[in-house]
Design a protein around this ligand. Structure first.
Ligand code: ADP
Ligand code: SF4
Length: 678
């Protein structure tokens, strides 16, 4: 299909200092949880973004010196010539497709606990580390700031040897150059402290010296957080953020601007809309003639083109949209906009880095699997036989499995018991702030409709006899899971006494059957992801009196990994939800629950008319077990039917099952390992 002429503006080249980006699609630096430890893995992932049409592809944060060490989180490094060789893997891959490769040189200052290198943590004025740790960050003296500038320049020169086209001076996300800027951190009385001009001195020097060292052939970008979203306590877009841009306006070759810190910058869809950063960053273009890039989880090409046309941005920055669809620019270019796999803003990608593990993505099951499993997001091996594949269940696992098997060319039958495809998504996306999750379902349904070899049957609850009649060669059960009503979860292993006398609801009762709580509502969260917090928010908004109880210290505690926890707890508090932490459910009676302190075991009573149990789930695997017992050939179970998990797990499992049909995979070592070998 021809490209929509409305989008032509996105394919204009943009000059960035001595280099030129072929279009306006700019993959801003983003963490991958891979870092220096997995160089082939990260290089393959970035290379595919270049193949997918991104005009500029950047690294994640790349340490300039061992005193900037973020272990156990994965960061990349440009400390020595071995690092140069590893980074060259990425630049070569990116250059293959005519994209520019950029590197985000980084020093964390008091954000760097240096657990790996055991170097002394550094900071602008001496302070506690950003993360709680029994060591502080010492104040930098003049020789330290000279060293810092030298490290930046030396790393920039290594970046040049590694083949990068663009190099950053990184003053975003509260890292060291930003700490110098910030009146909250900088209490110095020398020429690096006091007035804003003094606080910006280091940044200016780093920019000038980086340009002097490599600026003849490389673009020098600044990444600046122009607003910390904390009013007078921080830098603001109408205060010092603006003044810094005015001061340094023409010095860098490119302005990459955002809000700080990481939690704010990559807010999930539950707490921000597409384009949420524009009100803070839009002023920058009026103060500089240099190109400006900004982010805001942009997935709509109309909106992107509008931003450029309105003069808000020159380059459309994307981290998550480029993770969810590495081929987004190519799809726009080829007029295949409806095929864009839009980011849902769930922040599962962030959880990889936060857990010290490689990135994964709910929408894009191939993310992180490009090198070790050889998965390409657009290309898939043709079918290995003429087999007929039966997929039972049209939730995220079944939809992805049917779609990918269909893409391989298999004859696929997808049977779904209910009258709509989507499974859990149809329920979960009705919770406050989760509407974008429907994109997981809708993208797959769209692709399935393009596949003539996939037949879809709704309203088709299959039993063992139906399955036998269909005579499929592969039978894949993707029949999901149900929430438990016996209280068993992470903290409670044997169930809870008295539940038979209480008015108990599970998320299934509420979201499938439409049950409503009455009276005093107690939500017991022993699941720790989004469900209990989202239900509490919904019930509070509907006027219920809600008490949220959890054995964890925080509400929806695992959402710390998706950078949402802080916002969830704040929202629940504002909504009037009483949060009772560090207590497990000991027993229930008709109108009370007993809650035990997880440290002492001492119990308290809490009035409770409706007890909502969000604890754990049980696979809905009766059909699978019956088919296994009757020796059904080619049988497997995937997604929540195999093991209850998040949507990201279900989509990955569905994709993997389709990829591995008729493939020879060593079950004991199913992928390549990226590691140093002796
Ligand atoms: P997952 O996350 O693993 O995809 P879901 O619970 O979202 O799981 O989806 C499972 C889907 O399977 C649901 O839509 C459910 O209606 C459907 N299903 C369950 N049992 C059967 C069955 N026996 N025949 C057809 N569909 C079924
Ligand atoms: Fe978007 Fe979620 Fe994928 Fe991250 S994991 S890129 S937020 S869909």
């Amino acid at each position: 299909m021809a490209r929509d002429s409305n989008h032509d503006i996105l394919f204009e080249p943009v000059k960035i200092g001595p280099v030129t980006a072929k279009n306006r699609f700019y993959q801003v630096p983003h963490c991958t949880g891979m870092g220096y430890g997995l160089p082939n893995t990260v290089a393959a992932m970035r290379r595919i973004k270049a193949e997918g049409g991104w005009g500029v592809v950047n690294t994640e944060y790349c340490s300039i010196h061992p005193s900037a060490d973020d272990a156990p989180y994965a960061f990349c490094t440009l400390w020595d010539e071995d690092d140069v060789a590893c980074q060259a893997l990425m630049t070569e891959g990116v250059h293959e497709f005519g994209a520019l490769a950029g590197v985000e040189l980084w020093h964390g200052g008091s954000h760097s606990p240096n657990r790996l290198t055991r170097m002394t943590p550094l900071s602008v004025s001496g302070e506690s580390l950003h993360l709680t740790a029994p060591i502080q960050a010492r104040a930098m003296d003049k020789s330290d700031s000279r060293d810092l500038r030298r490290w930046q320049v030396d790393a920039a020169k290594r970046a040049k040897r590694a083949g990068f086209d663009l190099v950053y001076v990184y003053a975003g996300h509260a890292y060291l150059p930003f700490q110098f800027l910030s009146h909250r951190h900088n209490q110095r009385s020398d020429e690096y402290g006091g007035s804003l001009e003094n606080r910006a001195r280091l940044l200016r020097e780093m920019l000038e010296e980086t340009k002097e060292a490599v600026g003849d052939t490389m673009a020098v970008a600044i990444r600046l957080a122009v607003d910390e979203l904390m009013g007078d306590h921080g830098i603001t877009a109408d205060g010092e953020g603006r003044e810094v841009v005015e001061m340094l306006a023409e010095l860098p070759d490119l302005w990459d601007v955002n809000v700080s810190d990481v939690d704010q910058d990559s807010k999930s869809a539950r707490f921000s809309d597409e384009g949420f950063q524009e009100p803070y960053t839009a002023f920058v273009k009026s103060l500089t003639s240099k190109p400006v890039v900004g982010v805001g989880r942009y997935t709509s090409p109309d909106r992107m083109a509008g931003l450029v046309r309105r003069g808000a941005l020159d380059l459309i920055g994307a981290a998550r949209p480029s993770i969810a669809d590495q081929f987004l620019p190519r799809k726009v270019e080829e007029g295949r906009v409806q095929e864009i796999r839009e980011c849902i803003g769930c922040n599962i990608c962030r959880s990889g880095n936060n857990e010290g593990a490689p990135i994964r993505c709910t929408q894009n099951p191939t993310m992180g699997e490009e090198w070790r499993r050889g998965w390409h997001p657009e290309v898939i091996t043709a079918r290995g036989s003429d087999a007929h594949v039966l997929v039972i269940g049209g939730g995220p696992a079944g939809l992805e499995c049917a779609r990918a098997a269909g893409q391989r060319g298999y004859r696929v039958t997808l049977a779904e018991a209910s009258t709509a495809l989507g499974g859990r998504i149809n329920r979960e996306a009705t919770l406050p702030g989760l509407a974008t999750w429907t994109r997981v379902r809708d993208w797959r349904i769209g692709r399935l409709h393009d596949l003539a070899n996939v037949e879809i049957y709704l309203d088709s609850l299959l039993g063992p006899d139906d399955v036998a009649e269909l005579e499929a060669d592969h039978v894949i059960c993707a029949t999901g899971a149900n929430w438990r009503r016996d209280g068993v979860g992470t903290a409670t292993h044997f169930g809870v006494a008295g539940l038979g006398d209480a008015h108990v609801l599970t998320p299934d009762d509420i979201l499938i059957d439409g049950a409503e709580p009455t009276g005093q509502v107690v939500i017991y969260d022993d699941d720790h992801y989004f469900m209990a917090g989202a239900l509490a928010e919904r019930f509070a908004a509907a006027g219920h009196t809600v008490t949220y109880v959890t054995p964890a210290a925080l509400a929806s505690s695992w959402t710390e990994m998706t950078n949402e926890q802080h916002f969830i707890q704040a929202r629940l508090i504002e909504a009037g939800v009483a949060i009772v932490a560090n207590r497990s459910l000991a027993a229930a009676t008709g109108d009370h629950v007993r809650l035990g302190c997880i440290f002492t075991g001492r119990e308290i009573e809490q009035a409770c008319d409706t007890l909502v149990l969000v604890t754990s789930r049980r696979s809905r695997d009766t059909l699978y077990q019956a088919l296994a017992a009757s020796g059904t050939k080619g049988l497997q179970r995937i997604g929540d039917c195999e093991v209850p998990g998040a949507i990201v797990h279900a989509v990955h499992a569905g994709h993997r099952a389709a990829r591995e049909l008729d493939a020879v995979i060593d079950p004991d070592m199913p992928f390549r390992r990226d590691r140093v070998t002796a």
